[in-house]
Ligand binder design. Structure first.
Ligand SMILES: Cc1cc2nc3c(=O)[nH]c(=O)nc-3n(C[C@H](O)[C@H](O)[C@H](O)COP(=O)(O)OP(=O)(O)OC[C@H]3O[C@@H](n4cnc5c(N)ncnc54)[C@H](O)[C@@H]3O)c2cc1C
Length: 386
């Protein structure tokens, strides 16, 4: 077993680390305060290959592994988790579903501009009335001649207000008892004109991830061509589960990035801040906080990299991805809270990054399946095994 990253991955790590330090760190607090989607910053990710990391080069992507995706994600999230979350919407969710289910023509038309970062993408599964129980969705799609007609709404969709291409999940049942779900490619705008019946609303007042765009999407008789069905009719939810396996590994890596930021900032402060005539890092109470943070972060990264490694070998990773996401997101949340403790009153202010780390980390215990849902996934695997 080799715990070292390959030479190629180390170079990629250094490139993304330099980018995060030079381009993301300086404006991260300001972007959080502004609560706006950082279009300019996001445009810089395309040329680096970070908007289509897992997409093969022939379709405009970087053609890299899941492990490479995790390496980049950790570095970006180290300084700006909102930017990392926008990347997740593009890489794991929108492009993730397209790569699982699209045909050749769809790949050429929709995957290429997204993977190059020329267009932004989103993925609409969650609805106002269905989150954890996503299969209970109410958005419908029905065939009318050569077009699908979509009706319904989607909630909390990352990049939803800025996306030109959105993968939308909708029920395509025709009277059956079950709720068969299919995926569709919906263009929010076409030739500069907004798609009729497709509207979005910005959700601005969020605890964290404030420089990530979040939308409620409403669809009223939205007509899309018949060939915008993504994958087989009724196969949508099976594909969703595959998308989420990779997505959860990405969220795990994002969480490790936030947690590492919390640790690095805490260590720096503990060496500088003096109380009772010595640096607070010399108090055992502070040392133990730092030691626990470091141990949990290493554990989280190992789980994330294991899941990525297995995924790259073509293995099924539902349980491993759930474990990585669960442990890493809870580690990030704890690290954020503890970093504020180490920085004391200063940590409670936005003069420092750590209060933002905590606010951003909370989302990771909710999005792409809450911690409760991850525990359900893991225990289902356990009980099936024994
Ligand atoms: C900033 C942000 C970005 C997001 N981005 C996207 C996106 O791009 N695309 C998308 O489709 N969705 C997105 N989501 C939605 C996210 O995936 C959902 O919020 C999440 O799945 C939880 O659904 P819910 O909010 O409806 O909570 P609910 O499902 O209503 O859950 C409420 C509580 O009940 C618990 N609970 C529910 N069912 C069970 C159960 N069976 N057993 C035990 N506990 C249970 C949950 O764990 C939670 O604590 C985003 C959300 C946010 C906040």
């Amino acid at each position: 077993m080799d715990f070292e990253l390959s030479e190629d991955l180390r170079i990629l790590q250094q490139t993304s680390r330099d980018f995060a330090l030079n381009e993301l760190a300086p404006g991260a607090i300001e972007r959080d305060e502004k609560r706006e989607y950082p279009t300019e910053v996001m445009r810089k990710l395309g040329p680096l290959g970070f908007m289509g990391i897992l997409v093969p080069e022939q379709y405009g992507g970087a053609g890299l592994s899941t492990l490479a995706y995790c390496v980049v994600m950790e570095e970006i999230a180290r300084w700006d988790a909102s930017v990392a979350l926008n990347m997740v919407a593009q890489n794991s969710l929108c492009l993730g579903h397209l790569m699982v289910a699209s045909n050749e023509e769809q790949k050429r038309k929709f995957v290429m501009p997204l993977a190059r970062g020329e267009k932004f993408g989103a993925w609409g599964l969650t609805e106002p009335g269905s989150g954890s129980d996503a299969a209970a969705m109410r958005t419908t799609a029905r065939l009318d001649g050569d077009e699908w007609v979509l009706n319904g709404s989607k909630m909390f969709i990352t990049q939803g207000n800025v996306a030109e291409t959105c993968v939308i999940l909708a029920a395509t049942g025709r009277g059956e008892k079950k709720n068969p779900i299919s995926a569709f490619i919906v263009e929010a705008r076409k030739d500069g004109e907004a798609t009729r019946g497709y509207t979005t609303r910005k959700i601005v007042n969020k605890l964290g991830m404030r420089a990530s765009d979040t939308a409620e999407i409403s669809m009223e008789d939205v007509r899309i061509p018949r060939d915008h069905l993504l994958g087989a009719e009724g196969q949508g939810f099976t594909d969703v589960l595959k998308v989420l396996d990779t997505g959860r590994i990405g969220i795990g890596a994002l969480a490790v990035g936030i947690a590492r930021g919390a640790l690095e900032d805490s260590v720096k402060y503990a060496k500088e801040r003096e109380q009772f005539g010595k640096p607070i890092g010399q108090f055992q109470a502070i040392q133990w906080i730092l030691a626990d943070m470091a141990t949990q972060i290493d554990g989280a990264r190992l789980l994330v990299h294991r899941a990525a490694f297995m995924k790259d070998k073509g293995e099924t990773v539902s349980r491993e991805a759930a474990e990585a996401k669960l442990f890493a997101s809870e580690t990030a949340m704890r690290a954020g809270v503890n970093a504020i403790q180490v920085l004391g009153g200063y940590g409670y202010t936005s003069e420092f990054h750590v209060e933002r780390y905590m606010r951003d980390a909370k989302l990771l215990e909710i999005g792409e399946g809450t911690s409760q849902i991850q525990r359900i996934v893991i225990s289902k695997h356990l009980l099936r095994q024994f």
